[in-house]
Write a protein that binds this ligand. Structure first.
Ligand code: AMP
Length: 281
């Protein structure tokens, strides 16, 4: 695995490989890797000749009172995991490499940025859109891999890729969970063992709702209060609970054939997200 810090050098290397007709699969991350990230890399391995992973904790997607300063990091451990997966190139730029003092550009994907995590974390998706644009321009991938766990992010990036004529194919990979059902996340490291057990209740409740929808044993307007009351039982605060259409993220007002339930929940200061796709077909 070759490790690059300089955007110019990694870009040069990747252009060189592309000229040799090798396809490039790209997995952008913020590091502190877990099996969720690894699953994207394994997918990339199936599709592309060259696997590029980036690790960059993007300050511009964090709000002022969020966890940028304490976001978990362990580059040496990450490198070992990536080497085990036969990753070809690791790109780990510094903040100055990505956002030099002279930096002025902003990117905004309208509408999709306005609800759910976008509403709760103002500016978050502008930061995501900006870093993704920059990384895509540096890497120029044939395939890009993102996790369904960040479903709104997937939709936003899909829109951005279409609007800005990126040629890459986007592959959305399923949510990887702990044995108890908790969606894997670098932020789970903020939780105590006990909190991790409690946090498993998020997915358990989503799964219960999904099963009850399938069996027709829950009314549409019972679902939101049910979720919130289940979260209260474990002292977690629901940041949002949303039942939305899969492609527009508009709220649905009755059961549709397919939709997604997306949630964000606070355990103390730790904010976790999860979702489940409901398919009644
Ligand atoms: P992050 O490092 O949190 O920015 O995540 C990098 C990529 O990994 C994003 O595309 C995430 O959606 C994806 N990802 C994070 N957690 C999971 C998970 N539990 N299962 C699958 N993909 C994930």
């Amino acid at each position: 695995m070759r490790v690059f810090k300089s955007p110019i050098k990694v870009q040069k290397r990747l252009r060189n490989l592309a000229h040799q007709n090798l396809t490039i699969g790209f997995v952008p991350t913020m590091g502190f890797l877990h099996q969720g990230h690894i699953s994207l890399i394994k997918e990339a391995r199936k599709k592309a000749d060259i696997i590029v992973v980036s690790i960059f904790v993007n300050k511009k997607q964090f709000g002022i009172n969020e966890d940028f300063d304490k976001y978990p990091m362990d580059i040496e451990r990450d490198k070992k995991l990536l080497e085990k997966e036969d990753v070809d190139i690791l790109f780990v730029p510094s903040s100055e490499d990505i956002y030099p003092e002279t930096f002025l550009t902003e990117i905004k994907v309208s509408q999709i940025s306005d609800f759910l995590c976008g509403e709760k974390r103002p500016g978050h998706f502008n930061g995501v859109a900006l870093i993704v644009t920059k990384l895509f321009n540096i890497v120029d991938p044939d395939y890009v891999f993102f996790g369904q766990k960040d479903y709104q992010q997937c939709l936003l990036i899909k829109r951005l890729m279409l609007d800005l004529n990126y040629r890459a194919e986007m592959i959305i990979c399923p949510i990887i969970r702990e044995e108890n059902g908790l969606a894997m996340s670098s932020r789970n490291s903020y939780l105590s063992t006990e909190e991790k057990e409690d946090a498993a209740k998020i997915y358990y409740t989503l799964k219960t709702i999904s099963d009850r929808i399938t069996k027709n044993t829950i009314a549409f307007n019972e679902i939101d209060p049910f979720f919130k009351s289940e979260m209260k039982k474990i002292n977690a605060k629901t940041d949002y609970f949303a039942m939305v259409s899969l492609d527009s993220l508009n709220a649905i007002t009755k059961f549709e054939n397919t939709f997604i339930i997306a949630v964000a929940v606070f355990f103390g200061k730790t904010r976790l997200i999860d979702n489940i796709i409901i398919d009644r077909n």
